[in-house]
Design a protein around this ligand. Structure first.
Ligand SMILES: *[C@@H]1O[C@H](CO)[C@@H](O)[C@H](O)[C@H]1NC(C)=O
Ligand SMILES: [Fe+2]
Length: 448
């Protein structure tokens, strides 16, 4: 057999095994697949930037339903202007934003620019350039204004050979928005690694909105020397915390809508206060209370440290946050919660308060982007009944919200260099499930 045929046969076999295991929902599966060791960190040398004004590390993020923030970095001073239009080489529109920079111990960042462009048409390709620099043209496609809608979801990226493999598979997906539950660059205090990470992800992150929340690797606090957490993350990856129906006021947690409001995405912050009386908890209550589930078919949440986890790695780290917030999510009938942190894949049944519950969210750990710390392959034994599938491999997830009642979740293992669908499940909207909405005209989160 030729290699592609064998790979395809293998893919079909795994798919068949997965599909066969689906109807027996009570069957907990620990995949026997064992991954090769971590791959080396890539060296991404700096492009020559002779004039100091060549934009690099370009990425975009959604601001409301019809605007986009463009962020980029130049070595020297350059105008914070984005020029754009729907034809390559022609830029009839422009917007000017602002510039910032930061120092970290002996490191001085480049000039970090961002500008918000729009209103933009949905499902449309726009061409743009930054700082009026003619040497690099970029393009992106705006997300659709209605369902269906396609997300890619993956956390704990890093910048290794495995990251590269994951990024290639994501590039092959025809997705609308990427959701990242934290741990981006694994710069780990070495600030130039934020720059190399920015260059690594630019081809994808300049072409589709990348929306994220923070992980522990974003904190980068150094006692006395750098007492302020999230310095690089907040400067480089600014999210729309001041936009939308419930602005949070913090880059560390926020929410946004897609598909004309059919899907509401809640980005939670594992590494900022979330307990009783915290600003985050107050905001979350307000945010979920404002969601009209008659209009919003799906609500999904992202968080870094998983609230449900049967891997030995990071066991119990999400417990305090779960205790503070689980009731709110349950009350709002949040459909799914995606976490990172644990470098492996795990999917749970619908769960509430530690038990299977048909009105609770599906919990997924997707911290398997490919970072240099390698995989977390030690699991709690026996596998808890609420854990439906777990496997320590790198990969990425895709959530396709097909219509107002159905979303298809698939997990794509890197399987060396071929992407293979190794787990899949249909997630149905809890808002459309009468059994979960008895005695409720309007879903009202507990505690209001
Ligand atoms: C929604 O999608 C599911 C899965 O494809 C399908 O079975 C169902 O009939 C669809 N619902 C409507 C209203 O089209
Ligand atoms: Fe982490």
């Amino acid at each position: 057999m030729t290699t592609p045929t064998r790979a395809m046969a293998l893919a079909l076999l795994v798919l068949a095994a997965t599909v066969l295991s689906l109807p027996t929902a009570s069957l907990a599966v620990t995949s026997p697949y064992v991954r090769p060791p971590p791959r080396e960190t890539l060296s991404l040398f700096k492009d020559d930037d002779a004039d100091g004004q060549t934009p690099e590390q370009v990425h975009i993020s959604m601001v409301g339903l019809d605007k986009m923030r463009v962020s980029w970095i130049t070595d020297d001073d350059a105008p914070a202007i984005v020029e754009y239009g729907t034809t390559s080489g022609q830029y009839p529109f422009s917007a000017t934003g602002s510039t910032t920079s930061y120092k970290y111990v002996f490191y001085h960042s480049g000039k970090i620019h961002d500008a918000v462009i729009g209103p933009l048409q949905p499902s449309t390709t726009y061409y743009y350039r930054c700082s009026s620099n003619p040497s690099r043209e970029f393009s992106f496609r705006t997300p659709p204004a209605t369902l269906p809608f396609k997300f890619v979801i993956v956390g704990d990226f890093g910048q290794t050979g495995w990251t590269d493999s994951t990024l290639k598979h994501i590039a092959d997906a025809d997705y609308d928005v990427l959701l990242l539950p934290g741990d981006l660059s694994y710069a780990d205090f070495i600030q130039s690694r934020w720059d190399s990470y920015g260059r690594l992800v630019e081809p994808l992150a300049s072409a589709r909105p990348w929306m994220m929340t923070e992980g522990n690797h974003e904190i980068e606090k150094l006692p006395l020397v750098e007492p302020k957490p999230f310095k690089a993350y907040n400067a480089r990856w600014r999210m729309p915390y001041d936009a939308g129906a419930s602005p949070s006021g913090s880059n560390l947690y926020y929410s946004f809508d897609v598909a004309g409001g059919a899907v509401h995405v809640v980005m939670l912050g594992s590494y900022t206060d979330y307990g009783a009386g915290s600003a985050q908890l107050r905001w979350l209550r307000r945010d979920l209370a404002a969601v009209d589930r008659g209009r919003t078919a799906f609500v999904v949440a992202l968080v870094h440290a998983p609230w449900y986890n049967s891997n030995e790695a990071h066991q119990g780290e999400g417990d305090a946050m779960r205790a503070a917030m689980e009731d709110l999510l349950y009350g709002a009938r949040v459909d799914a919660v995606f976490a990172g942190h644990v470098h492996a894949y795990e999917r749970f049944a619908r769960v509430y308060n530690g038990k299977a519950d048909p009105c609770g969210p599906v919990y997924v750990t997707i911290g398997d982007g490919g970072n240099r710390e390698g995989l977390a392959d030690k699991y709690v034994d026996p596998q808890p009944a609420i854990s439906a599938f777990r496997e320590a491999s790198f990969g990425h997830g895709r959530l396709e919200v097909v219509n107002a009642t159905h979303a298809l979740w698939t997990w794509h293992r890197n399987d060396d260099d071929e992407p293979v669908v190794a787990d899949q499940v249909w997630i149905t909207s809890l808002a459309a499930n009468p059994a979960c909405n008895k005695n409720k005209n309007k879903i009202c989160p507990l505690g209001l």
